[in-house]
Design a protein. Structure first.
Length: 249
């Protein structure tokens, strides 16, 4: 009789990955802190995934050279712009501080005019992590679905907003991408304070993912990808991490 084998623990994998990355971050910060206390901070990096899924990242534009994505004629708006009619709402641009309050006002206005939003389409390069988490909770509490349409993107902090949808879908030529985040307001910090700030931010994000029913193992490729790069999740990864609830269309 074959003995039962232990099942993989996605939370354990995610925690192990975070520990490895935190050690690398801590060592890097300590070296930088001791070598030059007054120099500008460099991006926090760790050995990360490579290959066709990893691309250069800019908050102002879509990743280049990705099949199905066309460059924008204008830079991404510096804060979310609201378009769409009826029960559809499209959010385009970067997620700026204060956007969570703006979303609340927009959803309230739509409901009061007899057209409550039931679906949110996303095309965003990310931005404020805290606002993305707050908007995601608003979306979940409002019973709204989220999607990424063909040719659209949801990068950096945007996947946290996306995770709030009660239903979640990504078109075949839509892309969701993850990487490390800057959690602190000040990039020039003593090493121990910077590491503590990163740990606090990671704990906040992990708690949110669990709250939304998302596999926190998605943080592993995120934490292994430097802030100036973006890792584009494959359709199989989107399903495995429970980010999508319906197949690509």
């Amino acid at each position: 009789m074959t003995p039962d084998l232990p099942r993989p623990n996605p939370i354990g994998r995610a925690i192990k990955a975070l520990i490895v990355v935190q050690i690398a971050i801590g060592a890097t910060l300590i070296v930088l802190d001791l070598s030059d206390s007054f120099s500008g901070a460099s991006p926090l990096t760790a050995p990360g995934p490579s290959g066709p899924e990893t691309r250069p990242y800019s908050p102002n534009e879509r990743p280049s050279g990705v099949p199905g994505l066309t460059p924008r004629s204008q830079p991404m708006p510096e804060r979310l712009e609201f378009t769409g009619t009826g029960t559809e709402l499209t959010l385009t641009g970067q997620i700026a501080p204060g956007d969570a309050a703006r979303i609340t006002d927009e959803l309230t206005l739509r409901a009061e005019t007899g057209q409550p939003v039931t679906q949110i389409a996303l095309d965003s390069t990310g931005g404020s992590v805290q606002d993305a988490l707050d908007i995601g909770r608003i979306v979940r509490d409002s019973g709204i679905g989220t999607r990424v349409d063909s040719g659209a993107i949801c990068l950096s902090a945007c996947p946290y907003l996306f995770a709030g949808g009660i239903t979640r879908s990504v078109a075949t030529d839509g892309k969701i991408g993850v990487h490390q985040h800057y959690f602190g307001k000040n990039a020039i910090l003593p090493a121990f304070m910077a590491v503590e700030d990163v740990q606090r931010g990671q704990a906040n994000v992990m708690g949110y993912l669990l709250e939304m029913g998302i596999d926190p193992a998605v943080m592993e490729p995120a934490m292994r990808t430097a802030p100036n790069r973006i890792y584009l999740l494959t359709p199989e990864e989107l399903r495995r991490f429970a980010l999508t609830t319906t197949p690509a269309s």
